[in-house]
Design a protein around this ligand. Structure first.
Ligand code: F3S
Ligand code: F3S
Ligand code: ZN
Length: 147
């Protein structure tokens, strides 16, 4: 887990029903991205230093909450995740290490678990359970996210 200068907040489990707060802002590896570029608050009520938003609508990872613990990647039986900044790697500790004070630090703080094969998810829920900061939410039923 990386050292960071903010306090992670669990992903909002109702974010798909709050399009004003979490607008659909794009897509990435065939999953949707929400609230990228939107200023949100951390667990201390302070502005998150990053504005990466949430990746995925079935396997949703709050990139601003994720602090590269890594447990979610190898626990997935169908290899849904890869490190966002170290593609094709999915083990604990294989996240790209980012030096503080660099432009990459300003944008990312840490590497993130990216649900690159979201469509393969079999809803085993292991990733959601294992994340120490509760950055992942699995939606077994889709409010509107993947249509
Ligand atoms: Fe994998 Fe998580 Fe789905 S562990 S199978 S992405 S619920
Ligand atoms: Fe990030 Fe949690 Fe996985 S901190 S790397 S989403 S276990
Ligand atoms: Zn992504």
């Amino acid at each position: 887990m990386a050292e960071v200068d903010y306090k992670s907040k669990p992903i909002d489990p109702d974010f798909l029903n709050k399009p004003e707060e979490y607008p659909h802002t794009g897509s990435h590896h065939e999953h949707k991205v929400f609230a990228e570029g939107v200023q949100r608050l951390d667990a201390d009520g302070k502005p998150y230093p990053t504005k990466k938003g949430i990746h995925g609508a079935h396997v949703a990872v709050d990139f601003d909450s994720c602090i590269a613990d890594g447990s979610c990647l190898p626990v997935c039986p169908v290899e849904v995740f890869e490190w966002a900044l170290n593609p094709a790697h999915d083990e604990v500790g294989e996240d790209k290490k980012i030096a503080s004070g660099t432009p990459e630090w300003d944008e990312w703080r840490t590497d993130k678990a990216d649900p690159v094969r979201e469509a393969d998810c079999i809803d085993c829920m292991a990733c959601e359970t294992v994340c120490p900061v509760l950055a992942i939410k699995i939606f077994t039923e889709q409010p509107y996210g993947t249509q």
